[in-house]
Design a protein. Structure first.
Length: 256
């Protein structure tokens, strides 16, 4: 119990700092893409920030593993966190660090009980749109046959891809860009399914609550009806001729 308590305290105290680091990662990832003419020193600084953020999430995973009471079970139930931590070490690609950091942010945020499903879904939509736009712009802007040249084109393409509309006015031409498109499509379908299921669950719970209230009111009306019937029967028995009525006992004591 002591180790579990220590792990819970660690997760509680590190949640906000890790989210702040995730915001720093987003800025470091976006600046060199939006500003294509950024100086080498600025680009190197942004790359360093990305690695620092990834290292922070890796250290967080190792600390939670050390504080876990059952470490094998922790590794088994948090295998996605482990993959996100280990994969960039073998192939330090910028986009791979982006995917792994997004996975770690999402897994870490889901562990916090105070973050509701709607907040998580909304944050996921915004994050996917932003990072999907930046990722496809970074790989398609310099493509000879590409038609996604500006950030506006990339954002528009991300919207149409996530919603599976696919107007076709903008489309990736590189292999990596098409992989990003597949990821956005699947993510958009998954998020749409989560939103639909959440709305359906809300309606079902609302109907169940109304049904319970209706049953409670029906039971109360039935109980009141039985009481009225009993009172009518008692009144009828008292008013019937030949039925002895109870005589009140005399009150002892001086009469004033």
């Amino acid at each position: 119990m002591k180790e579990q308590s220590a792990q819970a305290r660690w997760e509680h105290h590190t949640q906000r700092p890790l989210l702040a680091l995730a915001v720093a990662f987003a800025l470091a990832y976006a600046v060199p893409i939006v500003d294509s003419g950024a100086s080498p020193s600025l680009t190197s600084t942004c790359t360093l920030v990305e690695w620092v953020v990834w290292g922070s999430f890796a250290a967080d995973y190792l600390m939670r593993l050390a504080l876990a009471r059952r470490r094998r079970e922790f590794v088994r139930t948090h295998w996605l966190d482990l993959c996100a931590v280990v994969v960039p070490m073998f192939q330090p690609l910028r986009l791979l660090r982006l995917v792994s950091t997004l996975m770690l942010v999402g897994r870490r945020a889901r562990m916090a009980s105070q973050i509701r499903l709607t907040t998580y879904v909304g944050g996921s939509v915004i994050g996917l749109l932003m990072f999907g736009s930046l990722a496809v712009l970074s790989v398609e802007r310099d493509s000879p046959n590409g038609n996604i040249r500006t950030l506006g084109d990339a954002v528009w393409w991300s919207f149409t891809t996530m919603t599976t509309v696919g107007y076709g006015d903008h489309a990736p031409t590189t292999g990596l860009g098409r992989m990003i498109a597949v990821g956005l499509m699947l993510s958009g379908i998954a998020l749409l399914g989560v939103v639909t299921a959440n709305i359906a669950t809300w309606f079902i719970s609302r109907f169940e609550k109304d049904d319970v209230e209706e049953r409670r009111q029906t039971a109360a009306i039935e109980a009141l009806t039985e009481e009225v019937r009993a009172l009518r029967a008692e009144v009828a028995s008292l008013s019937s001729p030949g039925v002895p009525h109870p005589v009140p006992e005399a009150v002892e004591g001086p009469v004033r």
